[in-house]
Design a protein around this ligand. Structure first.
Ligand code: ADP
Length: 474
């Protein structure tokens, strides 16, 4: 089985969110169970400092009426021999950010990702690869199933499109159609509500669709950002497979970003991390430390947090947030951090190291998402002994289960209705257990730490899916 996975982000080379983690961990997990994997991504600025690169091909890629030069380099995913191919074109990718610099996308986003999608398929041909499955991810590469059908890629390959977040669809004005370079028939499903919608076209053209949790797969067929009808029409070919955790990166026993390592059998290092974080950020910490690590986006439930922030603090918590994004949300957290310097810290930046430290140091991890395709941080939190408090939606619903004292079950605290009151109530339950029943808290924490959310099981589901896709080739 030969699969080529194409993604706009791949950790550790370029990351804006969970897509990068998946596009890195999944190929490694699939490779470990015998799938021959190759990964293709853009050669963004600074990649050469992260992995030795070897030039492997030069060829032109058609972007609209232009033939644009592509220089392809080979590297590999750290800790594995899975090759990564970087498509280079400095005009498109030698820029400060992955997607854009003021919150939005670069104005030539369509050209950049047409280049990636067409370039990736062309690379397969240039290097004469045998390819069974092209695995595209999100709107950036959602054109590849249509390009394949139009004969612009390896012959006989089938396509899988994974939707990591339906909220980002890649929508452009109709008059940009020429840039895509498909005939009217092929382009038809990309035309939607008077616009070009790349994800919608991919949904209609891919042989199989996956999304990143079973619950999200169900939810988006009912309420799917305007595409629910299309997704429902493809329900026979839509599968929800839960993302996993890369425990070589997210494991408190070996995590090199931490002040102290720890494990289920000896959690004293966790206390040490909390102490160090509090002192480093000049915080008081008599009660539980509540952490958040997130893109500062509406999706993540920040309106609930902002509406009830002072009531949250009155529960006796200390609060730390790491994130960047919406200016309004950034401003809010900067303001409360100034107002309550001993109880609130706001790290408005992107930092791998602080993400790991906050996971380790916090007692509670808050994720009140409005919607959440899968969510990774709640699973990281479980392994780090940080009890998740989440809204039961999408992947959060599939991975976090309400604590039950009598049955000694559950791994966190959840709420259903999207309201500040419900969020506060579940946070209150968590704080009460933490303060009043340390033994119960330790047991709850230990249960979460012992859970296994590794990629192994999910990688097998993807392999089975690839086999099903191939069976459609006959
Ligand atoms: P999404 O993909 O919607 O952003 P996920 O929970 O699936 O949400 O994945 C988010 C990933 O991005 C996690 O690995 C998280 O630790 C990371 N992350 C988000 N914001 C930051 C930040 N400011 N600094 C470091 N890592 C971050």
């Amino acid at each position: 089985m030969h699969t080529v996975l194409i993604s706009a982000e791949v950790s550790p080379f370029a990351k804006a969110g969970g897509l990068a983690d998946v596009a890195s961990a999944l190929p490694r997990a699939l490779s470990a169970i015998g799938v021959d994997m190759r990964v293709i991504m853009p050669k963004y600025r600074g990649i050469e400092a992260k992995t030795p690169l070897q030039e492997v091909a030069r060829f032109p890629v058609e972007v609209g009426n232009n033939k644009v030069e592509c220089i392809a380099y080979r590297g590999h995913l750290p800790g594995s021999d899975v090759p990564v191919f970087f498509l280079g074109n400095d005009y498109y990718f030698d820029r400060a950010q992955i997607y854009g610099e003021d919150g939005g996308d670069y104005p030539d986003a369509l050209e950049r990702f047409v280049f990636l999608s067409r370039g990736a398929l062309k690379l397969c041909q240039e290097l004469d690869w045998q390819v069974d499955v092209i695995h595209a991810n999100d709107w950036h590469t959602a054109l590849t199933p249509a390009y394949l059908r139009a004969g612009l890629g390896p012959r006989d390959a089938r396509s899988v499109l994974t939707i990591h977040n339906l909220a980002y669809q890649g929508i452009f004005p109709q008059d940009r159609a020429e840039t895509i370079g498909l005939n009217d028939e092929m382009l038809a499903p990309f035309r939607h509500s008077g616009k070009l919608n790349l994800l919608r076209g991919g949904i209609m053209r891919a042989d199989y669709l996956t999304t990143v949790s079973p619950s999200y797969a169900e939810e988006i067929m009912i309420s799917g950002e305007g595409l629910e009808g299309d997704l429902h029409s493809r329900r026979e070919s839509l599968v929800g497979i839960l993302n996993g955790v890369d425990y070589t990166v997210w494991n408190p026993q070996i995590d090199r970003h931490l002040w102290a390592n720890y494990s289920t059998s000896d959690c004293s290092g966790k206390q040490e991390n909390k102490k160090r974080l509090l002192s480093e950020l000049n915080l008081e910490g008599n009660g539980p430390l509540v952490g958040m690590i997130s893109r500062l986006a509406e999706q993540k439930g920040f309106d609930l947090v902002m509406a009830s922030f002072e009531r949250m603090l009155s529960l006796g918590i200390t609060f730390v947030i790491l994130g960047t994004g919406s200016q309004q949300i950034e401003k809010f957290f900067k303001r409360v951090a100034q107002k309550y310097p001993r109880n609130v810290a706001a790290l408005i930046t992107f930092s791998e190291q602080w993400a790991h430290r906050i996971e380790a140091a916090s007692d509670i991890f808050l994720m009140p998402s409005r919607f959440e395709p899968c969510g990774l941080n709640q699973m990281y939190s479980l392994r780090y002994g940080t009890v998740p408090v989440v809204r039961a939606t999408g992947g959060l619903r599939d991975t976090v289960h309400e604590y039950d004292a009598t049955r000694e079950s559950g791994n966190g605290f959840t709420f259903k209705e999207y309201s500040a009151e419900e969020m506060l109530a579940s946070l209150r339950r968590a704080v009460a257990l933490y303060s009043e029943n340390p033994q119960g808290w330790s047991k709850l924490r230990a249960r979460g730490m012992k859970e296994d959310h590794s990629w192994e099981a999910s990688a097998k589901e993807y392999r089975d899916l690839y086999e099903r896709v191939l069976a459609t080739r006959a």
